[in-house]
Write a protein that binds this ligand. Structure first.
Ligand SMILES: Cc1cc2nc3c(=O)[nH]c(=O)nc-3n(C[C@H](O)[C@H](O)[C@H](O)COP(=O)(O)OP(=O)(O)OC[C@H]3O[C@@H](n4cnc5c(N)ncnc54)[C@H](O)[C@@H]3O)c2cc1C
Ligand code: FES
Length: 510
């Protein structure tokens, strides 16, 4: 059994994948603490160690067990219809900076793989942003033109290696795909040793900025001159990042196919529902076909998540003639209100604590470029992209409407959850084994789950981050918070922040 027992579903990349780094057992002094061993944290730690710093990379679970282990793992500048949108809202310079910085990240990953001999199935591939619908051809044509204005060598085409016709596609060659866990595990090994440490099952619970900074964990304090919070969404409330980027779910499935029937390109449809397609080498021969999509809703906001996987399986059967899926996985990523990620200081005036978040489901390149921006800031080096992605930017033209809408939604949800009448007792009685529900009994709401043996587990339904009411995810048998994305296993154990504590156990009133 996996020592990081809290996997909610079966990601292709995490089976069987276990690094075995120790946990923190004592206090520690280093130059930099990096919190979170996803692509952002591991790459930042690697770059800092390479530059001569001593680093402690701490991870609440295992290396790569956050969003980076639940991705489709395409490395591309072709982020759906992004360039037309960026040019219209923020201008051509921003669009071209976005394109160049993401392409540089692909080249950097390739260089890291080569220089460190990391075996991670890295392959160059073409990326396609496509439509099957006549009414979307104009949008794809516009995107091809916008991508070229942003400096990308993009071609408009109708030729792909998909087994069904497309009406139009933007093709960008020389992009890449890889196995994210193999990459991160290999990179983490370059961090550990010579005065630097990789520490798994070590959760940070607070960060105090100062000289030195102090990172608190359950098993000891780490002191350092700088701290990088690379936890996907910062778990610190300072900086209010959870009001500036919002969680959206995505789902993926994978199954083994003959190498001949697997596409070699990487695909994302502009049509709704979105379909994201690629393949990867399979350990047992042939290739694994991966299909993603069915996302776009908030965590905890869909009572029927099982149907999302069923729709992806139906698509795989209809388009590729493959039935059933060996792997199903989902998680969320944070979408910023103004289209660009936040990379830099946690707060203005504090040059000691750094963050990176808001990668909008394209964080493998953005996490890599963030690592360069953050390590350069700590090393006192200039970085071309620091201003573009400045985490402390305040430019209301950029995202005011979305900011207002998203945060009003969170506020409304907070209020509605508390006034909604509900006959909780009946909800609990109706629960079958393996099912969960939110039940109101008197003034309080409970997260109630019936396990496979028929026993009831009762938890507080109030998320331990800021108190929103969690929702039940039936497919992953977990509790998810729609406000800022914290996730908890069925027994209340914290799986994903920004919360830092489990859901407390309760008992139902008589
Ligand atoms: C279904 C799906 C498909 C995607 N496909 C792509 C794709 O094809 N290409 C692409 O570029 N992007 C893709 N993305 C987005 C990408 O996966 C993410 O943007 C990226 O992995 C984020 O990396 P990260 O390092 O910031 O976060 P994470 O990988 O989540 O790493 C953060 C780490 O911090 C740890 N942590 C959290 N709190 C604490 C704490 N208090 N103490 C210690 N550790 C802590 C977590 O356990 C986690 O391991 C996809 C996302 C989804 C959901
Ligand atoms: S994640 Fe913020 S209230 Fe739940």
């Amino acid at each position: 059994m996996c020592m990081f027992a809290r996997k909610l579903n079966r990601s292709l990349w995490l089976e069987p994948a276990e690094t075995r780094f120790p946990s923190l057992t004592d206090t520690l002094d280093v130059d930099v603490v990096v919190i979170g061993a996803g692509i952002t944290g591991v790459t930042t730690a690697h770059l800092l160690k390479e530059a001569g710093k001593s680093v402690a990379l701490i991870e609440s679970s295992g290396v790569g067990y956050g969003a980076s282990g639940y991705t489709t793992a395409k490395l591309t500048v072709g982020h759906n219809l992004v360039y037309h949108d960026l040019i219209e809202s923020l201008g051509e310079d921003v669009a071209s900076g976005y394109a160049r910085s993401n392409q540089e990240a692909i080249e950097r990953i390739e260089a890291i793989v080569r220089d460190n001999s990391i075996d991670c199935d890295l392959e160059r591939a073409s990326n396609y942003v496509y439509t099957e619908r006549e009414e979307s051809v104009g949008a794809v044509e516009r995107e091809a033109a916008a991508a070229r204005r942003a400096g990308i060598d993009a071609e408009l085409t109708t030729e792909t290696d998909l087994p069904y016709p497309v009406r139009a596609a933007v093709r960008v060659d020389d992009q890449a795909q890889f196995h994210p866990w193999k990459y991160l595990a290999g990179l983490a090994r370059t961090v550990d040793g010579d005065g630097s440490h990789v520490l798994e099952l070590t959760r940070a619970t607070s960060v105090r900025s100062g000289t030195p900074c102090e990172v608190e964990t359950a098993s000891g304090v780490i002191r350092a001159a700088h701290v990088v919070v690379a936890t996907q969404m910062p778990f610190l409330d300072r900086g209010l990042y959870f009001t500036r980027a919002h969680p959206l779910k995505s789902y993926a499935i994978a199954t083994r196919v003959d190498a001949d029937s697997a596409p070699s390109g990487m695909y994302i449809s502009v049509d709704q529902p979105t379909r994201s397609i690629r393949s990867t080498p399979s350990d047992g021969g042939g290739r694994m076909l991966i299909v993603g999509g069915e996302g776009g809703h908030k965590p905890g906001d869909d009572p029927d998540t099982k149907s999302r996987y069923a729709k992806l399986e139906a698509f795989m059967q209809e388009r590729f003639g493959v039935s059933g899926a060996e792997y199903h996985w989902s998680t969320h990523d944070y979408v910023p209100v103004d289209k660009l990620p936040y990379i830099g200081r946690l707060r203005r005036g504090d040059d000691r604590v750094y963050v990176a978040t808001g990668f909008a489901k394209w964080g493998l390149t953005k996490g890599t470029l963030a690592a360069r921006v953050l390590s350069d800031a700590i090393l006192g080096r200039a970085n071309e992209w620091a201003e573009l992605y400045d985490s402390t930017r305040v430019d209301l033209r950029r995202g005011a409407t979305r900011f207002t809408k998203e945060n009003a939604g969170v506020g409304l949800r907070f209020f509605r959850d508390r006034v909604r009448p509900r006959d909780g007792r009946k909800d609990v009685e109706r629960l079958a084994p393996g099912e969960g529900t939110i039940a109101r009994l008197g003034a309080k709401q409970y997260a109630v789950f019936r396990n496979d043996a028929g026993e009831l587990g009762v938890l507080s339904a109030r998320c331990t981050h800021l108190g929103c009411i969690v929702g039940w995810n039936a497919a992953d048998r977990s509790w998810e918070c729609p406000c800022h994305g914290s996730r908890f296993a069925e027994d209340g154990t914290l799986v994903q922040g920004p919360a830092t504590a489990d859901l407390p156990r309760e008992s139902l009133p008589e």
